[in-house]
Design a protein around this ligand. Structure first.
Ligand SMILES: N[C@@H](CCC(=O)N[C@@H](CS)C(=O)NCC(=O)O)C(=O)O
Length: 102
């Protein structure tokens, strides 16, 4: 049996995108859906439910909310689901790199 490329990778793999997330977080699921739709490899790091204990997330993206991603391929680290989805579409979606011309 083989896993599809859209499955989240365990943390020890070489996936370029790290997603900070929380169980049952609808904003996180929105980003997960987009990652899967685009067939991107990523790994998940589940954060502490207590907002105050998310210093690791704050260090990388400047805030403690999830979702947040770090993309090693581009060096981008960002939070806010809408911004992340937009970034993923623009970077890896159809038409990525066309400068937004249509
Ligand atoms: N506007 C944010 C909302 C994210 C959000 O509220 N995430 C929740 C988890 S579902 C969270 O981190 N809450 C902690 C907090 O807001 O301090 C987004 O779209 O990413």
């Amino acid at each position: 049996m083989s896993a599809s490329s859209a499955d989240p990778k365990p943390e020890h793999t070489d996936a370029d995108i790290l997603l900070y997330r929380l169980q049952a977080c609808p904003y996180c699921e929105r980003v997960v859906r987009k990652l899967n739709d685009l067939g991107l490899d990523y790994h998940s790091r589940f954060v502490e439910p207590m907002h105050a204990e998310r210093d690791a997330v704050k260090r990388v993206v400047g805030m403690r909310t999830v979702p947040a991603i770090i993309d090693d391929e581009t060096g981008v680290a960002m939070a806010e689901s809408a911004n992340i989805v937009k970034y993923l579409e623009e970077t890896y979606g159809e038409g990525a790199g066309d400068g937004g011309e249509n």
